[in-house]
Unconditional design. Sequence first.
Length: 345
Amino acid sequence: MNTTDSATPVRLRSRLLSGLVIPAHPLALNAARKLDERRQRALTRYYRDAGAGGVAVGVHTTQFAIRDVGLLEPVLALATDVCNEREPGALLKIAGICGPTTQATREAELAVALGYDAGLVSLAALRDASNNALIAHCRTIASVIPLFGFYLQPSVGGRPLDYEFWRAFLEIESVVAIKVAPFNRYQTLDVTRAVAESGRSDVALYTGNDDAIVADLLTEFPGSDGAPIRFSGGLLGQWAVWTKRAVEVLDKVKAPDDHMALLALGAQLTDANAALFDARNAFAGCIAGIHEVLRRQGLLEGIWCLDPHEALSPGQSEEIDRVLGAYPDLQDDRFVAENLDRWMA
């Protein structure tokens, strides 16, 4: 399969540009740190019924270590099964693609075989590679699957990617979107500037800046020829929880009637994210924090991660208590409670 030309699906680009909520899918484990298939399916059903437009699986929130324990294919396949339960193709499926070129190509081929629409390409394994080497790597993957670029913040394993990289990346025709998640405004502007100067209007920008979700979605970034650059939607770990509310937030941003109220909502969401992602401890507890919210809602049995040392940081549970009490309107507990038995069936 070669997707480097006009064969890249027009519908895929159109849907991404329309603006979607795409949760970064967590991994459901039992107390033995083995895959809990029932709860893994329940999570995907939750995202589907909450109104998400897609799911991203095999990404940071799913835990990159699934590759080390033979869980990449089973987890990708489970999401495909749930996405096909009702209307196949209704949810976009984005597969995380990791590792050096040989590994990344195998993962892309697996994703295509399982019906995934695009590959979210992490470049963390090529930490010391030049821009030319990174682009060659991406072109190889692009020969297999449409590309969803990924600027992952260095504090959780990413690497700096400068303007020159993104400008060259946008010369790859099968790039369909970019997740911008450096948690840094200057680096975010590197990507928006590259999009503006590439002249490409067929590449969707998705915020992954969980600390600035609403600001990203509302902002008109500098463009060219008077046309601003806008984020279409979000592919976010934060949106792995309270997803019903995330869909409502994106709908409000698409047709804003009170920008100041939305910015205030954004500040609340950033405060909540600081607790969930454990910002005070350099994000050490970010996956465990997401798990904790899902555990309290009944979607997960516990907060276990593949790495037994990966857990809530000291004081993080109390911070989660604080934001849960402060921002009840950000939460979708009632929606989850009303549907949980059906999702778990």
